[in-house]
Design a protein around this ligand. Structure first.
Ligand code: NAP
Length: 286
C-alpha cells in the first residue's frame, strides 16, 4: 500500500522544540523577532506572509511585516535591509519572492546579514549548505530530507533522482544529498528522458514548478517520492509536480498540500531559533 508522507506530525515535532527554545529566550528577556519584506503585487506571497505571521504569534515570536509598494526602487529596499541588519531587536530577515522586475533578488539577498538569514539565501549560507559548515541552511531542502527520514527512509548509499536544480530547492538539496552520501542523478529542463532516471531510482525528489509533470507511468512500486512543487491552477487549486494518481503506483509520496510546504514553515522558525543563538554568541547580550 502506498504511504502518503504527510508532514503534520513531523512539523508538530519541530514546533514543539521551537516553542521550548522560544520560552527559554523569553525567560532570558529576549523576544525573538522575524522581519518579512513583502513587495506588493503577488497574492500568494501576501498569503504566505500572513500565514507565517499567525504562526509566529502562536509561538511567541514577534513578527514585523514591511510592506512596500509594487513600484518601490531598489535603493529603498537596500536601505530597509541595512536598517534591519543593524537592528539588534530583529533576529531573522525574510525577503518574499517573487519580486517585480526593477528589483534584483540575488542583489538584495546578498546584503542580508548571514546571521539573520533564516531563508539561507545569502552567499555565506549557500556556501555553508554546500560544505556542511555551520550556518543557516535553506528551509525547503531541509524539509524534503527531514520528511523522508520521518518516514523511516535513509539516504546513505541510495540511488536518488532529483528533478530540478533551481537556486531555491534543487541546487541546495543536491548539496545536502551529497553530504547524506546518496548517489544523486540530477535531471533538469534539458534531460530528455526523466522516466529513465526514475526507473533506476529508489528515492526521488521533484522541485520543478510544473503541475503534475511526473506522470503515474513514470514511477514504480519501489520508489519513494518527495514532491516539493507548489503550483496554483487556474481554479485556485494547489497541486504538486507529481500527479496525485502516481501515489497508487509508488511506494510512498508526499502530498501537496500537506507535505514539504507544511514542514518548510516549521523549519523556517527552527532556523530563527538558530539565528538567535548565533547572534547571541557573536554579540554577547549585556
Ligand atoms: P526554479 O528555480 O524555477 O527551478 C526549476 C527547475 O526545474 C530548474 O532546474 C529547471 O531546469 C527545471 N525544469 C523546468 N522545466 C523542466 C522540465 N520540463 N523537466 C525537467 N526539469 C525542468 O524553481 P525553484 O524556485 O527551485 O522551485 C521549484 C518548485 O518548488 C516550485 O514549484 C516552487 O513553487 C516550489 N517551492 C516549494 C517550496 C515549499 O515550501 N514547498 C518552497 C520554495 C519553492 P533548468 O535548470 O534546466 O532551467
Amino acid at each position: 500500500m502506498t504511504v502518503m508522507m504527510k508532514a503534520r506530525e513531523a512539523a508538530d515535532e519541530v514546533y514543539e522544540s521551537v516553542r521550548i527554545k522560544i520560552d527559554n529566550w523569553n525567560k532570558a528577556g529576549i523576544t525573538p523577532c522575524i522581519a518579512t519584506i513583502l513587495v506588493e503585487g503577488d497574492p500568494a506571497s501576501a498569503y504566505y506572509a500572513q500565514a507565517k505571521n499567525r504562526m509566529a504569534d502562536k509561538l511567541g515570536i514577534r513578527f514585523e511585516l514591511h510592506s512596500l509598494p509594487q513600484d518601490v526602487q531598489e535603493d529603498v529596499v537596500i536601505q530597509l535591509v541595512k536598517r534591519l541588519n543593524d537592528d539588534r531587536s530583529i533576529h531573522g530577515i525574510m525577503l518574499e519572492l517573487p519580486l517585480p522586475k526593477q528589483l534584483s533578488a540575488s542583489r538584495l539577498e546578498s546584503i542580508i546579514s548571514p546571521l539573520k538569514d533564516v531563508d539561507g539565501v545569502t552567499p555565506v549560507n549557500k556556501l555553508a549548505t554546500l560544505t556542511g559548515a555551520e550556518g543557516l541552511y535553506p528551509a525547503t531542502p531541509q524539509a524534503c530530507i527531514q520528511l523522508l527520514k520521518h518516514y523511516g527512509y535513509s539516504l546513505e548509499g541510495r540511488n536518488v533522482t532529483l528533478v530540478g536544480r533551481g537556486q531555491t530547492v534543487g541546487l541546495p538539496l543536491f548539496h545536502m544529498l551529497q553530504r547524506e552520501n546518496a548517489t544523486v542523478t540530477v535531471c533538469h529542463s534539458r534531460t530528455p528522458d526523466i522516466a529513465f532516471h526514475l526507473r533506476h531510482a529508489e528515492i526521488a525528489f521533484v522541485a520543478v514548478g510544473r503541475p503534475n509533470m511526473i506522470k503515474k507511468e513514470m514511477v514504480h512500486s519501489e520508489l519513494a517520492i518527495i514532491d516539493a512543487g507548489i503550483n496554483e491552477l487556474n481554479n485556485g487549486t494547489i497541486t504538486g509536480d507529481v500527479e496525485p494518481e502516481a501515489a497508487l503506483h509508488a511506494a510512498a509520496l508526499s502530498p501537496v498540500p500537506g507535505g514539504v510546504g507544511t514542514l518548510t514553515t516549521a523549519i523556517l522558525f527552527e532556523n530563527l531559533t538558530k539565528a538567535v543563538s548565533l547572534q547571541h554568541r557573536e554579540v554577547p547580550h549585556p
